[in-house]
Design a protein around this ligand. Structure first.
Ligand code: NAD
Length: 265
């Protein structure tokens, strides 16, 4: 490993699992000091214990503005600043088989984490960065934010909103020397795509699997479902100095899904 992030302080939300976890591990290996934020305290604490003094855990529900502001303050207090914010935490939120069965609380839950969480994450980080010479913000959207489909409608809507938010904020934040980009992963093998989150019914699991599972492995141009580590490498590039001239973009990490057959997603 190199020391691509030496001297940098980073926050990774949703860092206890999947893409966030792989990113925390890579950031620390690349010399960053990292605050892992998550609602999963057991997994978060377990990971920072493995990683040593360059990693800290802060229990944070990203849908709560106060907690996100406290998270940014914690990073500054622990490590003396904040240079990188990876707004990664997200949920699929599939609770019912059909959109018509969803309740307002179901919508609010997904929007609260996937959209509101990213908005307050951008705001809290940028308030600090704008007063301290700049920084880099990366938001984790999804190809579900650009491809319609017969499942996870609220999820798709939040990810589309994150993409537009990110492009617009990139223009706004440029004057503060803050770069802001968005990732759009395809199908990455994590607990989120196991189709068995707590409380999900077998009917929902099957419906979601059929709607989005067509793209798994064989239907991807690259014929391989992505791994969290594949995404983490792209995150590293997007937050580091090698991407110094990139802002306002949405980068697919999807094995070619969005380049290919629009039916198979
Ligand atoms: P994951 O379920 O493995 O990890 C998500 C993490 O977020 C978990 O540790 C969870 O505890 C945490 N989290 C959930 N709610 C939270 C909250 N309110 N506050 C703080 N943390 C919270 O999922 P993943 O696949 O690694 O997903 C990470 C991001 O990548 C999500 O935004 C997801 O939408 C996006 N994404 C994933 C895929 C995929 O195929 N896995 C594809 C496209 C986009």
């Amino acid at each position: 490993m190199g020391q691509e992030l030496a001297g940098k302080v980073a926050i990774v939300t949703g860092g206890a699992s999947g893409i966030g976890r792989a990113t925390v591990e890579l950031f620390v290996a690349e010399g960053a000091r990292v605050v892992l934020a998550d609602v999963n305290e057991a997994q978060g604490q377990e990971l920072v214990a493995q990683l040593g003094p360059h990693a800290r855990f802060k229990r944070t529900d990203v849908s709560k503005k106060d907690e996100v502001e406290a998270l940014v303050a914690f990073a500054i207090e622990q490590f003396g600043g904040l240079h990188i914010m990876f707004n990664n935490a997200g949920i699929s939120g599939a609770q019912h088989a059909r959109f018509l069965d969803d309740k307002l609380e179901d919508f609010q839950h997904v929007v609260g984490i996937n959209l509101f969480g990213v908005m307050v994450g951008c705001q809290a980080a940028a308030r600090h960065m704008s007063r301290n010479g700049g920084g880099v913000i990366l938001n984790n959207a999804s190809i579900a934010g650009v491809l319609p489909g017969q499942a996870l409608m609220t999820y798709r809507a939040t990810k589309a909103a994150v993409i537009m938010l990110s492009k617009s904020l990139a223009i706004d934040f440029a004057e503060y020397n803050i770069r802001l980009n968005c990732l759009a992963p395809g199908h990455i093998r994590t607990p989120l795509t196991s189709f068995a989150p707590p409380g999900i019914s077998p009917e929902v699991a099957e419906r979601v699997k059929q709607a989005v599972g067509a793209a798994f492995d064989v239907n991807q141009p690259l014929k391989r479902t992505g791994r969290p580590e594949d995404v983490a490498q792209v995150v590293l590039f997007m937050v580091g100095d090698r991407s110094a001239q990139i802002t306002g973009t949405v980068l697919p990490v999807d094995g070619g899904i969005t380049a290919g057959d629009p039916v198979n997603h």
